[in-house]
Write a protein that binds this ligand. Structure first.
Ligand SMILES: Nc1nc2c(ncn2[C@@H]2O[C@H](COP(=O)(O)OP(=O)(O)OP(=O)(O)O)[C@@H](O)[C@H]2O)c(=O)[nH]1
Ligand SMILES: [Mg+2]
Length: 374
C-alpha cells in the first residue's frame, strides 16, 4: 500500500487533496488535529493531518458480477462501475442521514464527508477483492448501522467491524469430527484438486491421527485417475476400492463399515454436462450417510462459480471446499459463494503439498484476507 500524509486547514480540504492526488480508491488511515506554528505549543494554528493509503490492486481485476448475457469487456466494466456508483450514492445518502439522526450534536459536515470517503474506499476495496457489488454495499451499509458515527471516520474501527460482519456470515463446519464413522465424497469440476485433497485428508487422518481410513474412487473416467489415487493409497498405506456405480459403492461401504473415515473421489464434471452430473448423482445417492463436499478452485471466475454451484445442486452437496488459495490474491469469491449457496465452508487448501497444504477454514482469517490483509 502506498501511504502519504496530507495537512490542511480542515478535514474537507485534506480529503480533497487526498482525492486529487491518490484518487477515489484511497483509504483514510488516520486523521489528527494538531497545532502548527506558534511558540512553545501556544498560539499555533489548528490544522488537520490526514494519512491516506492506496491499496496496490490493479483496477483490471474488477469484473462484472451479475449473471446474464456476456457483454464486451469495456461495456462490462462500465456496467459494473455504474452499479458501484449507484451503491455509493446510497451509502452517501445513509451517511448524510446521520446528521439528521443526531441533530443535537450539530454534526460536523467535514467529519461526515470524511466518513463517506472512508466507507466508499472500503466498498471499492471489497469490490477489487472480488466481493460482488451488492455484497460489498450490503456490508458497508451494515457498518453504518452498527458503528457509532464518531467511529465512522476511524479506519481501524471500520475494518474491525467489517471483519466481524464478514466472519459472522461465514459458517464453517468441520466434517471430520470424532464420530465413529464418517463418509465424505468430493465432487466438482475437472482439475480443481479433488484427488490431491483426498490424499491430504487421508494422510492427515491415517498417519497423524492413526484413524482407519479407506479410499474409494468412482473416477474410472480417466485411466490415470485410478493410478493417481492408488499411488497415494500405497504411500499412505490405506486400502483403495474402485467402484463403477451406486450399488458397488454401497457394497464397498458395507465392507468397510468398521473404518473411521471413508473418502470417496469422483471424476471431474463440467457444470454444463447434465448427463454427467446425473450419473454422479446416481452413484452417490443410494448411500445416505455420505457428506458431499463441492470442491471449488478460487482461481475460477465469479460467473463460472455461480454456474458450478447452481448446476452441482443436482448432486445435493452439503458444504463447500475451496482450493488453490495460494494461486490468487482475491478472496471475495469465498464470501460470495457462501452467501449465494447458503452452504457452510469446510476446508481450504493452499498448495500442492500432501498433506501439509490443507486446513479447516477459519472465518476470521478469511475475513482478513478479503479485506486485503494478504
Ligand atoms: N497451487 C495449488 N495447486 C493445487 C492445489 N490443490 C491441487 N492442486 C493441483 O491441481 C492439479 C489438479 O489436481 P487434482 O487433485 O488431480 O485435481 P482433480 O480435481 O482430482 O482433477 P480431475 O480428477 O481431473 O477432475 C494438480 O497439479 C494439483 O497438484 C492447491 O491448493 N494449490
Ligand atoms: Mg481427480
Amino acid at each position: 500500500m502506498k501511504v502519504k500524509r496530507f495537512v490542511a486547514q480542515n478535514l474537507q480540504f485534506a480529503i480533497q487533496q487526498v482525492k486529487a492526488e491518490m484518487g477515489e480508491d484511497a483509504i483514510i488511515l488516520d486523521t489528527k488535529r494538531r497545532k502548527r506554528g506558534g511558540l512553545l505549543g501556544f498560539f499555533g494554528r489548528e490544522v488537520v493531518e490526514v494519512t491516506a493509503g492506496l491499496p496496490e490492486l490493479p483496477r483490471s481485476r474488477l469484473h462484472p458480477v451479475t449473471p446474464g448475457v456476456p457483454l464486451p469487456l469495456e461495456k462490462r466494466e462500465g456496467a459494473m462501475l455504474t452499479e458501484v456508483r449507484k451503491e455509493l450514492d446510497e451509502i452517501k445518502k445513509m451517511v448524510a442521514g446521520l446528521a439528521n439522526r443526531y441533530p443535537a450534536r450539530g454534526e460536523n459536515e467535514g467529519d461526515l464527508f470524511a466518513a463517506y470517503h472512508l466507507l466508499a474506499a472500503f466498498n471499492n476495496l471489497l469490490v477489487q477483492n472480488e466481493v460482488t457489488v451488492d455484497n460489498a454495499a450490503e456490508l458497508v451499509k451494515k457498518v453504518i448501522t452498527i458503528l457509532p458515527e464518531e467511529d465512522l471516520h476511524d479506519y481501524g474501527q471500520i475494518k474491525e467491524c467489517l471483519e466481524k460482519i464478514i466472519a459472522a456470515d461465514l459458517e464453517v463446519i468441520s466434517p471430520i469430527d470424532g464420530s465413529e464413522q464418517q463418509v465424505m465424497a468430493l465432487v466438482g469440476p475437472t482439475g480443481v484438486g479433488k484427488t490431491t485433497t483426498i490424499a491430504k485428508l487421508a494422510a492427515k487422518y491415517a498417519l497423524m491421527q492413526n484413524r482407519e481410513v479407506v479410499l474409494i474412487t468412482a473416477d474410472t473416467f480417466r485411466i490415470a485417475a485410478v493410478e493417481q489415487l492408488r499411488r497415494y493409497a500405497e504411500i499412505i498405506d490405506v486400502p483403495l476400492e474402485v467402484v463403477l456405480e451406486g450399488k458397488e459403492l454401497e457394497s464397498a461401504l458395507k465392507r468397510h463399515r468398521n473404518k473411521n473415515l471413508v473418502l470417496i473421489d469422483t471424476a471431474g464434471r463440467s457444470q454444463h454436462n447434465i448427463v454427467q452430473l446425473s450419473e454422479l448423482r446416481n452413484i452417490l445417492s443410494p448411500s445416505v450417510q455420505i457428506k458431499t463436499l463441492l470442491v471449488l478452485s478460487l482461481t475460477t471466475k465469479h460467473r463460472d462459480l455461480l454456474g458450478i454451484t447452481e448446476k452441482f445442486q443436482r448432486v445435493n452437496y452439503d458444504a463447500l471446499l475451496f482450493t488453490k488459495l495460494d494461486e490468487t490474491t482475491s478472496y471475495g469469491s469465498i464470501y460470495n459463494m457462501v452467501k449465494s449457496t447458503r452452504k457452510p465452508l469446510t476446508y481450504v487448501t493452499t498448495g500442492q503439498n500432501v498433506p501439509d497444504d490443507i486446513e479447516v477454514a477459519v472465518p476470521e482469517t478469511i475475513a482478513k484476507l478479503i479485506l486485503g490483509d494478504n
